[in-house]
Design a protein around this ligand. Structure first.
Ligand code: SPD
Length: 281
C-alpha cells in the first residue's frame, strides 16, 4: 500500500510526498506536530498539516533567511529569531563569528523537542553557547522586551493558526522599535505565485512598508514549499543589501554553503515581472 502526505489546505493545487513511515505525530498546546520519513526526500516536519521543513532542501530556505541580512549588516552582533523552532535558522546564524548572541523566541516547545529527537540535521545548533531560547509568543516578546537588536529574523509558520499575527502591521511596528537605529528585519513572506494563497502577499508588503519604507522582496527556490518559489521581505532602516554587501567578511568566512553565495546575494533581489507587478502594482 502506498502512503502519501498531502498538505491540508489544498484547494486547487498543492504538495504531496510519498511516505515511508510516520515517525511522530502528537498534539501540542498549539498545533499537531508530525514528522514523516519520505521515500527519497529525507524527513519532513509538518505543523497542522502544513510543510515546515524537509531535509531534502531546507538548506535553501534557512541559508537565505539568515545570510542575506547577516552579510548586509556590517556588525550583526545581536540577533533575534521569532519562530524558527526547527533550529534551521539558528544553525545558519551561529556560523557567523561576528554574531555574539542569538535570542530564539518559539511559541511551541514541542517543536523544539521533536526537532531535537527526529531532525538532528536541523537541530544541530540548539546547544550553541550563543543561543538563548525563550518559550513564548514572539508577538508579546517584541512588545515587551527592552532589548535592541541588529537583526530580527521572522521565521514563522504559514499565516494560519498561531502565526497569523506575525504578518500584521502592529507586529512589524514592534519589530521596528526593537531594532537599533541601523537594524534590519527579514521575514518569510510565503510564495508570490497567486494560487492557493494562504495570505494576500501584497497586503503583507503594505503592512511592512507602513513601518519600514525601505522594504524589498527577495526570492529563493525551495522545492518542498508550494510553487517552489519562496519570498522574504528585507526591511531596513539604513543598509542597502546590494551596496552594503559585506564581501570581505563573506570571503574570509568561507562557509561551505549549498545555496547562498555572493552572486545569489545580489541576484535574489531581481524579481520576475509578474512578482514585481503583484507586490508593487
Ligand atoms: N509551508 C512553508 C512555511 C515556511 C515558513 N517557515 C518555515 C519554518 C522553517 N524554519
Amino acid at each position: 500500500m502506498d502512503l502519501w502526505f498531502t498538505e491540508s489546505d489544498m484547494k486547487t493545487y498543492g504538495l504531496v510526498f510519498k511516505i515511508k513511515k510516520t515517525l511522530y505525530v502528537g498534539k501540542s498546546k498549539y498545533q499537531t506536530v508530525a514528522v514523516f520519513e519520505t521515500v527519497d526526500m529525507g524527513r519532513l516536519l509538518v505543523l497542522d498539516g502544513l510543510v515546515m521543513s524537509c531535509e531534502y532542501d531546507e538548506f535553501a530556505y534557512h541559508e537565505m533567511i539568515a545570510h542575506v541580512p547577516l552579510y548586509t549588516h556590517p556588525s550583526p552582533e545581536n540577533v533575534l529569531i521569532i519562530g524558527g523552532g526547527d533550529g534551521g535558522t539558528v544553525r545558519e546564524v551561529v556560523k557567523h563569528d561576528i554574531v555574539k548572541s542569538v535570542d530564539l523566541v518559539e511559541i511551541d516547545e514541542e517543536v523544539i523537542k521533536v526537532t531535537k529527537e527526529y531532525l538532528p540535521v536541523l537541530g544541530s545548533a540548539f546547544d550553541s553557547p550563543k543561543l538563548n531560547i525563550h518559550i513564548g509568543d514572539g508577538i508579546e516578546y517584541v512588545k515587551d522586551t527592552d532589548k535592541r537588536y541588529d537583526v530580527i529574523i521572522v521565521d514563522g509558520s504559514d499565516p494560519v493558526g498561531p502565526a497569523v499575527g506575525l504578518f500584521s502591521e502592529s507586529f512589524y511596528r514592534d519589530c521596528y522599535e526593537r531594532l537599533k537605529e541601523d537594524g534590519i528585519m527579514v521575514a518569510q513572506t510565503e510564495t508570490p505565485y497567486d494560487v492557493n494563497l494562504r495570505v494576500h502577499v501584497p497586503q503583507i508588503y503594505k503592512n511592512i512598508r507602513k513601518v519600514f519604507p525601505d522594504t524589498r522582496m527577495y526570492i529563493a527556490n525551495v522545492a518542498c514549499y508550494p510553487s517552489g518559489m519562496w519570498s522574504f521581505a528585507f526591511a531596513t532602516k539604513k543598509y542597502d543589501p546590494i551596496k552594503d554587501f559585506q564581501g570581505v567578511r563573506y570571503e574570509k568566512d568561507g562557509f561551505k554553503l549549498k545555496y547562498y553565495n555572493d552572486q545569489i546575494h545580489k541576484a535574489c533581489f531581481i524579481l520576475p515581472n509578474f512578482v514585481r507587478d503583484f507586490i508593487d502594482g
